[in-house]
Ligand binder design. Structure first.
Ligand code: DGL
Length: 261
């Protein structure tokens, strides 16, 4: 059986890396919508049509489950995809709820990083309104980080300067948690760790997403195992060089995960 992963580009690999850890005996198909990356600075109508097209291509390959490994795509199209297809579909949203809960005891604020489009969507507004009773959640769009990631730019000095500039207006002592609400951002966890004061926790939704995937496979009675942890890479532009890039980025991220443990 094959589990599909979709993102605009390399970001969803950070979720796939978690899945490979948890489900080493499944096979995976990873699709990057390279014709349209980035999603986060486009309109919701544009992004909706890209997603429907790219998911149709993926489905033609024969999927048993789909992970929309992109917060932006989830906020725009997850409901529609679930109406269109009967396989289990897992989406992602910024981990605001667990962050607010974790922070309750500290009295500190929560800072959510995500794409401009995710932060503009009613789904995000509804999520924050539902869980943020104390008005402690602030949001910061970081579209440049997606571009850095797509260029495999992981230079500590370049990124350090970038984060310091973006975070300058925030009194970081007031914050207890940073939420990475875009799947490209966990690639920068290590660099962020060095920039943020040590009391700030950094959370992403990747492990939670894979837990939901496992639960859904069980609920749908989809037999697990039988695969080899193979990953087939596809991209909408059909660019072979990008397939190499995906392999490099996945290896890099898996290495970081190992070092993190
Ligand atoms: N990785 C995506 C997300 O989780 C989108 C990045 C982009 O294409 O702007 O939101």
């Amino acid at each position: 059986m094959t589990i599909g992963f979709l993102d605009s580009g390399l970001g969803g690999l950070s979720v796939l890396a978690e899945a490979l850890k948890r489900l080493p005996d499944q096979d995976f198909l990873y699709m990057a919508d390279t014709l349209h990356v980035p999603y986060g600075t486009k309109t919701k109508e544009e992004v909706r049509s890209y997603i429907l097209e790219v998911v149709e291509t993926m489905m033609a390959e024969g999927l048993d489950a789909l992970v929309v490994a992109c917060n932006t795509a989830t906020s725009i199209a997850i409901a529609e995809l679930r109406e269109l297809y009967s396989i289990p579909i897992v989406g992602m949203e910024p981990a605001v709820k667990p962050a607010v809960e974790m922070n309750r005891a500290t009295g500190k604020r929560v800072l959510v990083f995500a794409t401009p489009l995710t932060l503009q969507m009613p789904k995000y507004y509804a999520l924050v309104s539902r869980v943020d009773e104390g008005g402690i959640v602030d949001s910061l769009p970081l579209p440049e980080l997606v571009r850095y990631c797509e260029a495999l730019q992981f230079d500590k000095r370049v990124l350090g300067d970038y984060f310091r500039e973006k975070l300058a207006p925030y009194g970081l002592d007031r914050y207890g948690i940073v939420v990475l609400g875009c799947t490209h951002y966990p690639f920068y966890k290590g660099i962020l760790r060095d920039i943020l004061p040590p009391h700030i926790r950094i959370v992403d939704g990747n492990a939670g997403t894979v837990r939901r995937l496992v639960a859904l496979l069980t609920r749908y009675g989809i037999p697990r195992g039988g695969g080899t942890g193979s990953v087939r890479f596809m991209c909408s532009s059909g660019d072979a060089a990008y397939v190499d890039k995906m392999q490099t980025a996945l290896a890099l991220y898996r290495q970081e995960l190992l070092e993190d443990e």
